[in-house]
Write a protein that binds this ligand. Structure first.
Ligand SMILES: *Cc1c(COP(=O)(O)O)cnc(C)c1O
Length: 399
């Protein structure tokens, strides 16, 4: 057996240097708890970056994985796959969508959406409408197209030239959208709540007005719900909060109950721009992954986790607001359901490090923002426990 120190040395030696990792090796998880290779326990309010909505090793997901592993792991999309069909059906029945394309990640789901928008516009309007309007401070993934769509220079630097046909405007600014959409625009791509960009919730009238604008100008509204989807915001999909429907939506993160899967959902009329050969993914929607995802979706719905996220999230947000009252450098608590943030006037990373030492996993979203995306199965007791650790981790100087 290697010691933890040996593992961390070999990690640096053999793995591409793409992550600033915490000096911890996580080896076991159950519900909202994780354990490292030294046996230390953690309360998990990071959830694998908004992935583990059901907590770790949910029995229904584990059971589905075991059964499917013994039946069939992979066949290609040249054949029909029963679990894939049933997962697509369930997603359509629970959303605005008529058709689903499966892939393996959030970036790929957004790639599929970008390709669908371009192709739909070509088929419907001719060759000149290909531009996608995106938001500043957005995050859509790390492939070349989704990196171009992402409105953060720090992720793009060094990878130029980016793709043509993308334009960026401020988020939550309807005037900017009105001015940006022109005869070349085929779609607007937007996160209903910006996740990586700092947990930004738009004004109540923004998304309904943007929906109307897109309809008036015959432009597709494409929602990136990779982080907000699957119950996290207090509804199964975030768009439900505003009483609107997109034309296209992308999912990933929480969709697979911890396994990698992405999906692009669309209305029939738009989806019909894809025909056999238009787009594909070797692993997309494999029997194994879709069995897990279907079990996860079923559990999310049966256990009423969106409702739980709304209720526990409201309590959590209230407790974060208490911290804003108590700590002069705590500027604002914000979010919806169980995607929450505490914006600070001091660097967030040392506080995340301190929380880790004290047994709580949390995230940042920008240099001065703490982000909380716990499993949706938490209760008020876990919120209190996390808050008491955070209270110890925050630098002194209460008011
Ligand atoms: C994480 C994320 C992505 C990228 O997902 P990957 O699975 O890492 O490719 C895209 N959009 C949003 C909103 C995300 O939060």
């Amino acid at each position: 057996m290697s010691t933890t120190d040996d593992l961390i040395k070999d990690s640096a030696r053999y793995l591409a240097n793409t992550y600033a990792r915490f000096p911890v090796v996580l080896v076991r998880g159950r519900g909202v708890r994780l354990w490292d290779s030294d046996g230390k326990e953690y309360l998990d309010f990071a959830a694998g970056i908004a992935v583990d909505v059901l907590g770790h090793c949910h029995p229904k997901v584990v059971e589905a994985i075991k059964a499917q592993a013994e039946a069939l792991l992979h066949v290609s999309n040249l054949y029909h796959i029963e679990r894939q069909i049933r997962l697509a059906q369930a997603l359509c029945e629970h959303s605005f969508a008529d058709k689903v394309f499966f892939c393996n990640s959030g970036a790929e789901a957004n790639e599929a959406a970008i390709k669908l928008a371009r192709r739909y516009a070509k088929v419907r309007w001719g060759p000149d409408r290909y531009e996608i309007v995106c938001m500043r401070d957005s995050f859509h993934g790390r492939t070349m197209a989704t990196l171009t769509a992402t409105g953060q220079e720090k992720h793009q630097r060094g990878f130029e030239p980016l793709l043509p046909g993308f334009k960026h405007i401020p988020f939550n600014d309807l005037r900017a959208a009105e001015q940006a959409i022109d005869s070349r625009t085929c779609a607007v791509l937007v996160e209903p709540i910006q996740g990586e960009g700092g947990v930004r919730v738009p004004d109540d009238d923004y998304l309904p007005a943007l929906r109307q604008l897109c309809s008036d100008r015959d432009v597709l509204l494409m929602l990136d719900e990779v982080q907000t989807g699957m119950g996290r915001t207090g509804r199964l999909f975030a768009y439900e909060h505003w009483g609107i429907e997109p034309d296209v939506m992308t999912l990933a993160k929480a969709l697979g109950g911890g396994l990698p899967i992405g999906a692009m959902l669309a209305k029939e009329e738009v989806a019909s721009a894809f025909v056999p050969g238009s787009h594909a993914s070797t692993f997309g929607g494999s029997p194994f992954i879709t069995a897990a995802a279907l079990a996860a979706l079923t559990a999310i719905v049966e256990e009423r986790l969106p409702q739980r996220a709304a209720k526990v999230g409201a309590y959590f947000l209230g407790r974060l607001r208490e911290l804003v009252q108590r700590y002069p450098y705590a500027k604002e608590a914000r979010g919806k359901g169980l995607i929450l943030a505490l914006e600070l006037a001091v660097p967030a990373k040392p506080i995340v490090d301190r929380c880790l030492q004290l047994g709580l996993l949390i995230l940042t979203a920008g240099d001065q923002v703490l982000r909380f995306v716990p499993p949706l199965i938490i209760g008020e007791a876990e919120v209190d426990e996390a808050l008491s650790i955070l209270d110890q981790a925050l630098p002194e100087q209460p008011r």
